[in-house]
Write a protein that binds this ligand. Structure first.
Ligand SMILES: Cc1cc2nc3c(=O)[nH]c(=O)nc-3n(C[C@H](O)[C@H](O)[C@H](O)COP(=O)(O)OP(=O)(O)OC[C@H]3O[C@@H](n4cnc5c(N)ncnc54)[C@H](O)[C@@H]3O)c2cc1C
Length: 447
């Protein structure tokens, strides 16, 4: 097939947002008699699932302190549920297990889940929480827990498989996905500032609409779009905070304990919900008993046959380097810099043992393989989904996003003239207008 010279809809990035937009847009065009998948071109400098979507732990949950995030997540879970087979989706549920410092936040989440009809069970008090958890795992021993929110929906999906499932659905609608084509610039109309063509390392492609879905590479594309690298933000305190960097990199730390995943099953032999524990109880080494931390900490984990073990992660750390100087490539496990180390393995395996006795003494089974990767965060750590340069939708999920498969569906509707109420709280203008999302007491930057 010849290299294309024009595309009506040109999508940059074959991760969850690019592929979801492609698939949903193609289906909508067909359903409304406005065109077909043949109007859509997806470009990726590497290939399908080459970015964060291909290495994500794959957790899908509703548990967010911010009402706008919860409403959007409910929509996302519905998309995952629409075709579990193609999306390699495992609806095992999700548990947020928290200390007293987070009790009120989580109680609010539970109340609002009820209000939007998102099924969950909320357990309060140390004794009842321990009893509830031992009903699932008889070796449960985590301390400092006073609330458990058990979401009955959500769970996890297999990262690469789900992206190939999504790509397959897009291609079945006639979408063309071109791998190995890197976007290196844009051509703008002199009057309107709209994008007229995308410059690639294989030539220019004229286009009517552009959708940017480049995950951790957003800082580079943002520069090519000539958008502001530093912005002013009206804070919740009423003060104008000037010259705040638009993008900041964080490194996500994840890994796998290479035991039989069946070791993680519940008392009745079932796949358990994804477990997320935050606590302020001190964490001691499972190796030598030394103190690892006495500050609020958190981990998440799940038995995963795809990863062949108990897989999960902990809080990410902020990369102090100025964003333009961060080496995003080579990405993920290929990176010499942004992968997990022995210190993380020690912390995470000790934390697993803190939660469940069955994991004690097993650090020797930690999989010594590169894992983890970079995420690119907005100033308030929540997604920005908006139109820039007249005809360019940018989907920048601030690393919340594997689970956010519905954003592409909502963007597809906007491309055909709609305006999504669910996306409204995620517009870029919120920073200048001070419409910021509430902040929780979680130790994670994206809760
Ligand atoms: C280790 C890790 C674990 C995570 N776990 C979870 C989780 O459990 N649940 C969850 O919801 N989220 C998770 N996330 C976050 C989630 O993976 C990301 O937010 C999401 O996958 C981003 O999707 P995307 O489509 O925006 O980008 P990506 O999946 O990163 O795809 C972007 C694509 O753009 C391409 N690209 C970049 N620049 C160019 C260019 N110039 N020209 C052409 N193509 C280009 C890349 O090659 C890439 O394929 C995790 C992230 C990491 C790093």
């Amino acid at each position: 097939m010849a290299f294309p010279s024009h595309a009506k809809y040109l999508i940059i990035g074959a991760g969850v947002h690019g592929l979801s937009t492609a698939y949903h847009l193609a289906a909508l065009l067909r359903a409304r008699g406005l065109g077909s998948g043949a109007d859509i071109l997806v470009l990726d400098k590497s290939g399908i699932a080459a970015g964060a979507s291909g290495i994500a732990c794959g957790v899908i949950r509703n548990n967010y302190f911010q009402p706008a995030m919860r409403e959007l997540m409910a929509e996302c879970v519905a998309v995952w549920e629409s075709d579990p087979k193609a999306f390699s989706y495992h609806p095992v549920g999700y548990m947020q297990i928290s200390p007293e410092a987070m009790h009120r936040d989580v109680a609010e989440i539970a109340g609002q889940q009820k209000a939007i009809g998102y099924e969950s069970i909320f357990v309060e008090g140390a004794g009842d929480c321990a009893r509830y958890m031992r009903g699932l795992f008889d070796d449960w021993q985590a301390r400092g827990i006073t609330s458990v929110l058990h979401e009955k929906k959500g769970g996890y999906a297999n990262n690469g498989a789900s992206m190939y499932g999504l790509a397959g659905k897009a291609e079945a609608e006639g979408v063309r996905i071109l791998s190995g084509v890197k976007v290196v610039g844009f051509k703008f109309a002199s009057r309107s500032g709209a994008i007229t063509a995308v410059e690639t390392d294989r030539g220019d492609i004229a286009c009517d609409r552009v959708i940017v879905a480049v995950g951790p590479w957003i800082n580079q594309i943002w520069s090519l779009l000539e958008l502001p690298k530093r912005i002013d933000i009206l804070g919740r305190d009423g003060a104008l905070h000037r010259d705040i960097p638009m993008w900041t990199y964080w490194c996500l730390e994840e890994g796998t304990l290479g035991v039989d995943p069946k070791l993680g099953l519940t008392n009745d032999g079932r796949m358990p919900p994804v477990i997320h524990v935050d606590t302020d109880a001190p964490l001691f080494s499972d190796v030598d008993g030394s103190l690892i931390t006495d500050k609020l900490w958190g981990i998440y984990y799940k038995p995963d046959f795809n990863f062949a073990g108990i897989q999960g992660g902990a809080m990410p750390y902020k990369v102090p380097t100025e964003p333009d100087a961060v080496a995003v490539d080579p990405y993920g496990p290929e990176s010499p810099e942004f992968i997990t180390d022995d210190e993380f393995a020690h912390m995470w395996c000790s934390a697993l043992a803190f939660c469940q006795k069955r994991y004690s003494g097993r650090i020797g089974q930690w999989k010594q393989e590169p894992s983890g990767g970079l995420g690119c965060f907005t100033p308030d750590s929540f997604p920005v989904v908006d139109v820039f340069c007249e005809n360019c939708h940018v989907i920048a999920d601030s690393n919340h996003g594997y689970k956010m498969i519905a954003i592409g569906k909502l963007v597809a509707e906007e491309l055909l003239g709609g305006r999504s109420a669910l996306l409204e709280p995620f517009r870029f203008s919120r920073f200048a207008a001070g419409r910021l999302h509430p902040v929780s007491n979680s130790p994670f930057p994206w809760s």
